[in-house]
Design a protein around this ligand. Structure first.
Ligand code: URP
Ligand code: ZN
Ligand code: ZN
Ligand code: ZN
Length: 507
């Protein structure tokens, strides 16, 4: 065996004795309903050399083509997960899913691209980027990076320029929580927002009041609450609402777009709604765990079961998830991520005596497409086109890689899924492809099943089997100045021209 030989994952080229994928470089998907964010129609899709070359009814082809019948099924752009943490060193350990196992899991669930968070090493963005470049060498699907900014000086400022101008990064994340580790202060956030604006890069925030969280944690420990339930109790929604509001107002002051990651509460969502209503360019990203789970998990009497739900901001009471779904269906929130950041039971047990030491994070990269389909489309809250928009197209637009990604159009990358709305899915640790030994969605079942995933023009998931090739995934450079930056300069010009000349006062 080699390092890639996980159970349940077949290998396209070598390793584990699994035969090569039954796919030529030409694929015809026949008779399905092709769905884009703007339009849907019954059509064939012809793929060659990793690219979609034609989308129209009744495409005629030769005989060296793999034909997939999609009659009665939906043919859609593969999912783009805008928020993951693979091979992430965090809270004294490293996430158990790396760029191989996490991506393999993603493909089995219909996600064909993800954007991970590269974290600085020793405060250096360049060192951090290089470390992630190396970790991503075994990729089996396309990926991009956001970069975190965790300290501030002239070097960091210069490195941000290098990231954008040379490395294909167009978004920077600022952690307003994780005091003593990744947390930044308001001075840094202001500097960061200004720098992002000048580079045409999107500022992203993890919005919780980190100092108050620290205080809340002390409060719980003093009360003798040391178990996983103490985690959620120590960082209530009011602290998420506060930080979301603060970040939004600072972004308004600087006049630059803002992306709020993992929106978990009504409190945060309402701040985003208010800002958007006033015309501010704020994007809100709920994650699948926040949409479908409630706050009961960490109260489970079994530590391992309770600890698997521990993430930040915490999963809130059920009313929050329902409200986030509604916000998604009406455009207040724009896209769904996962924050896939998994630690196994042994790793979670680092916090057996103290919830502050439980590595934070939940799964979702494999489950997102199915759960969003079942929760949002099957429930009647959104259309199939809207599903494509919130799981794929909007990610591609925000991170400026549309229509290469996020569309079934001639010229787009052949990242495609075939979903059967009449089939069903069931989630279980015993069948999932992630390396972790728990699943926060254990036992969930629903309608709709991704039957085929095509990534980069290869059939990588079919008949419940994965056929992936380490190294086949490509790094996708993301250019700055997305549509969110359109008009920023005009607003600035109007603001400055509206300022009156300084009053001349005599002494
Ligand atoms: O608990 C979480 N969310 N872990 C991942 C790191 C982050 O804050 O996104
Ligand atoms: Zn050819
Ligand atoms: Zn975060
Ligand atoms: Zn995250």
């Amino acid at each position: 065996t080699n390092q890639f030989c996980d159970a349940r994952i077949g290998y396209g080229d070598s390793g584990c004795g699994v035969s090569a994928a039954a796919s030529s470089s030409k694929i015809l998907i026949k008779g399905g309903t092709v769905v884009n964010a703007h339009h849907q129609e019954i059509a064939d899709v012809f793929v060659e050399h990793g690219i979609i070359v034609d989308v129209k009814p009744n495409i005629k082809i030769g005989d060296d083509v793999t034909v997939l019948d999609a009659t009665g099924k939906f043919v859609m752009p593969g999912g783009i997960d805008p928020h993951t943490h693979l091979a992430f060193d965090f809270m004294g350990t490293r996430t158990i899913d790396d760029f191989f196992s996490g991506q393999a899991a993603a493909l089995a669930g219909g996600t064909t691209m993800h954007i991970d968070f590269a974290i600085p090493v020793g405060g250096s963005l360049i060192a951090g980027f290089e470390a992630y470049e190396e970790r991503a060498e075994k990729s089996v699907m396309d990926y991009g990076f956001h970069m975190a900014v965790t300290k501030w000086d002239d070097t960091v400022s210069k490195e941000m320029e290098i990231m954008v101008n040379e490395k294909g990064i167009n978004s920077f994340k600022f952690f307003m929580a994780y005091k003593g580790a990744l947390m930044i202060n308001d001075v840094l956030l202001l500097e960061g927002l200004k720098k992002c604006k000048s580079l045409g890069a999107l500022a992203m925030v993890h919005a919780e009041h980190g100092d108050a969280v620290f205080e809340g944690q002390k409060r719980m420990i003093e009360l003798g609450i040391t178990g996983p339930e103490g985690h959620a109790l120590s960082r209530p929604a009011v602290l998420e609402g506060e930080a979301t509001a603060r970040a939004i107002r600072l972004a308004a002051f600087v006049n630059t777009p803002l992306y709020v990651v993992h929106v978990m509460s009504i409190d945060a969502m309402e701040e985003i709604a208010k800002a958007r209503k006033s015309g501010q360019k704020v994007i809100g990203e709920p994650i699948v765990a926040g949409l479908v789970l409630d706050d009961s998990g960490p109260w489970d009497p079994d530590f391992v079961t309770a600890a698997k739900y521990v993430m930040s901001p915490p999963i809130r009471a059920a009313g929050h998830g329902k409200a986030l779904q509604a916000a998604l269906s009406t455009g207040i929130l724009q896209l769904v991520g996962t924050d896939h950041c998994v630690f196994n039971s042994t790793q979670k047990s680092l916090g057996i005596d103290d919830f502050r030491k439980i590595p934070n994070g939940v799964n979702g990269i494999e489950e997102r497409m199915h759960l969003v389909w079942d929760t949002m489309v099957e429930s009647g809250q959104i259309s199939v086109s809207d599903y494509v928009r919130i799981t794929s197209t909007e990610s591609a637009r925000i991170f400026n890689i549309y229509p290469r990604k996020g569309a079934i159009l001639a010229g787009s990358d052949a990242d495609i899924i075939i979903l059967n709305p009449n089939s069903s899915f069931e989630i279980s640790t015993s069948t999932h492809h992630s390396r972790t030994d728990t699943n926060v969605f254990e036992g969930r079942r629903g309608k709709g099943k991704v039957e085929v995933t095509i990534a980069g023009g290869r059939i990588v998931w079919i008949n419940d089997e994965l056929k992936v090739t380490p190294g086949s995934g490509k790094y996708v450079k993301m250019p700055p100045f997305s549509y969110l930056f359109a008009g920023i300069d005009k607003v600035d010009a109007m603001y400055f021209s509206s300022l009156k000349a300084p009053v001349k006062r005599a002494w």
